[in-house]
Design a protein around this ligand. Structure first.
Ligand code: EPU
Length: 399
């Protein structure tokens, strides 16, 4: 298994290209199940999760072709069509559940292994199922699988208990081919939900209100293949990062939006900042672990509260092994800043935790070995190359 080796202390300067976002790419690829013809996606990040989604679409019978950042996905001949996402794939990537809405809407049935718990929390899919049921689907659970059937889904008003991101995406895709109007209330407002809506609109769907907490979808009878580029997060779109930029500025980091990107300058002294993770446009849970490293370097005490996932502090014991002073009490981590981090062998436990350990390695004295790097490869394209290009001493070592 590969590991990443970082020598801390190097000063970083230069330009870091931003790849297409993983959480935008995955639902877009699932949306390729909806149209009658083939779709082509550009700016697709080269990530393990994207390969898993491509494999899943292949198992369902779709033809997935392309290289590097462009993928073309074509529907199968009837004889090759399969409507089941097996446990082997779903257990490695929960986002596999995104095929459920499209399969039921287009083919009348979908069967997906229940994802079960994962490292960062229980993460049920009850809201996805509640929405499909409201649209008239019959939902059965058997042998660890959820089986959803509907001859033709009907539009419905669905009030989500929480603004679930993949839940909203699944229901939006399902509603695109339902009969009549669907309204999703308490909808997720993340930029990737809007990107999916834009792709569905290009396919011929009728959607309005994406980016707000009420999305309206008028079902249509058929959708058509498109060409769509995965949204660029960060670089070109600072408005997606408002909450993160505000906290960076509060910490004393200079952030300026420039044409096509963001310029970030560290000014030396870092102030403590408190963070509460929230659905978009609040501070994203996917940046919490990385921000904690900044808090470790700050002057004073930061309070970091994780409100989305109940078990997303697994980077903390590893940061503590590197010399950080952090205490956890339930959903709250108290970070006493000013720590001098020392390089160590550390274990990545999930995707964002891996990124935070690499950041810690960059500022620690001496060498840090980040093990279990497969988590990182699920969501960060060639991170070691990007960081090396701006001066980091970092390499991947095959073991
Ligand atoms: N929830 C339920 N029932 C549901 C759905 C969600 O109780 O039916 C709960 C979850 O357990 C969680 C909260 O609602 O406590 C929010 O979860 P959400 O459904 O929004 O998360 P997700 O759709 O499973 C996506 C991203 C995550 C990201 C979260 C939050 C994808 C493929 N995944 O997950 O990304 O953290 O939204 O923004 O889009 C990552 O990239 O590292 C990652 C984990």
């Amino acid at each position: 298994m590969d590991k990443i080796v970082v020598e801390g202390g190097a000063r970083l300067t230069g330009v870091i290209p931003i790849s297409g976002a993983k959480n935008a790419a995955l639902p877009l690829l699932a949306a390729a199940l909806l149209p009658t013809g083939a779709s082509t996606f550009k700016n697709v990040p080269q990530l393990a999760d994207v390969r898993t989604m491509a494999k899943l679409l292949g198992m369902l019978g779709w033809q997935v072709e392309g290289e590097r950042t462009e993928l073309t996905i074509a529907p199968p001949a009837k004889s090759r069509l399969k409507l089941e996402a097996p446990y082997e794939l779903v257990k490695t990537m929960r986002a596999s559940v995104l095929v459920l809405g499209p399969l039921v809407a287009r083919y009348g049935r979908g069967r997906v292994s229940l994802p079960g718990g994962c490292a960062i929390g229980a993460r049920p899919i009850d809201q996805h199922l509640k929405g499909l049921q409201a649209m008239g689907a019959k939902v059965t659970l058997d042998h660890g699988y959820v089986d959803v059937e509907a001859k033709r889904l009907r539009g419905a008003t669905i009030v989500l208990d929480m603004p679930t991101v993949t839940g909203c995406e699944n229901l939006m895709m399902a509603a695109a081919l339902a009969k009549g109007r669907t309204v999703i209330e308490n909808a997720a407002r993340e930029p990737e939900v809007s990107d999916l809506a834009r792709c569905l609109l290009a396919m011929g769907a009728k959607i309005s209100g994406h980016g707000t907490d009420a999305i309206t979808i008028e079902g249509v009878d058929a959708l058509f293949g498109v060409e769509h580029a995965v949204v660029l997060l960060g670089g070109a779109r600072p408005e997606h990062l408002d909450a993160v930029i505000a906290k960076l500025r509060a910490a004393g980091v200079q952030v300026a939006a420039e044409a096509g990107g963001l310029r970030v300058r560290g000014s030396g002294e870092i102030a403590a900042v408190d963070i509460v993770t929230q659905p978009h446009p609040g501070f994203p849970t996917d940046m919490q672990a990385q921000f904690m490293v900044l808090a470790c370097l700050a002057r004073g005490q930061s309070v970091i509260k994780e409100m989305i996932f109940e078990n997303r502090f697994m980077h903390v014991p590893e940061l503590v092994r590197m010399g950080a002073d952090i205490q956890i009490d339930g959903r709250v981590a108290m970070v006493r800043g000013g720590a001098r981090l020392n390089g160590a062998q550390v274990m990545a436990t999930d995707l964002r935790a891996s990124a935070s350990l690499i950041l810690a390695g960059l500022v620690a004295s001496g060498r840090t070995d980040v093990l279990r790097v497969y988590h990182l490869d699920r969501g960060y394209e060639a991170i070691e190359k990007k960081l090396r290009a701006v001066g980091a001493k970092i390499k991947r070592v095959k073991q």
